[in-house]
Design a protein around this ligand. Structure first.
Ligand SMILES: [Zn+2]
Length: 215
């Protein structure tokens, strides 16, 4: 399948993408993961991206588009792909449409995962990440805390709140999403590709996607 996953930060796009890859071997392509990898590697691109991400801002297109074009042409995309966190703006969506046409790729749908703001704030501000970059285990202070407070179960390193997951940064990310990314729903509706799912449970989202693919 070839899907775009839309939804605010914390709507569960990453979780849904992982479940879908296990269904048919489609590959998950997350701009966030690519960018965080660059940050950890300490590349010039990574350093530039880090400043934006720490502030809860979107990373500029010129840092993203080139990466995406190369990525979509890699052999593992032949079975399909799930774009998670990209495109984020109308100009990116337009650029992606041109790119996909050029590559002869046809999207199945753009899935809009619609989760209430209070649920998202609660999910993200309670998330904690292992500070060891080789581990990066993810915890949740409410639903999945480490056995010893503040210490990673797997490697013993300190468990921290990411700079882009404080309440202030998340509020800023949600504002940015509503301003720049939410209009993508209209864009893909016009393309006849948008499917909106009102669900806070990933299984419900998966079932809605399966129904649509089978239709
Ligand atoms: Zn760890």
């Amino acid at each position: 399948m070839k899907l775009i996953l839309l939804g605010a930060p914390g709507a569960g796009k990453g979780t849904v993408a992982k479940m879908l890859t296990e269904m048919d071997g489609s590959v998950q392509i997350s701009t966030g993961d690519i960018l965080r990898g660059a940050v950890q590697a300490g590349t010039e691109l990574g350093k530039q991206a880090q400043a934006y991400m720490d502030a809860g801002d979107l990373v500029p297109d010129e840092l993203i588009m080139g990466i995406m074009e190369k990525r979509l042409q890699e052999p593992d995309c032949e079975k399909g792909f799930l774009l998670d966190g990209f495109p984020r703006t109308i100009p990116q969506a337009e650029a992606l449409k041109v790119l996909l046409d050029k590559l002869g790729i046809k999207l199945d749908m753009a899935v809009n995962i619609d989760v209430p703001r209070d649920v998202i704030l609660d999910r993200l501000t309670t998330r904690r990440t292992c500070s060891n970059t080789d581990c990066q285990a993810i915890y949740n202070v409410k639903s999945n805390p480490p056995k010893v407070e503040g210490i990673c179960d797997k490697c013993g390193s300190p468990v921290i709140q990411r700079a882009d997951e404080t309440e202030e940064a998340i509020s800023h990310r949600l504002e940015t999403y509503n301003e720049k990314t939410a209009p993508l729903i209209g864009f893909y509706e016009n393309e006849g590709l948008c499917v909106t799912v009102n669900a806070t449970n990933s299984d419900d989202v998966i079932n809605a996607i399966k129904e649509r693919l089978a239709a």
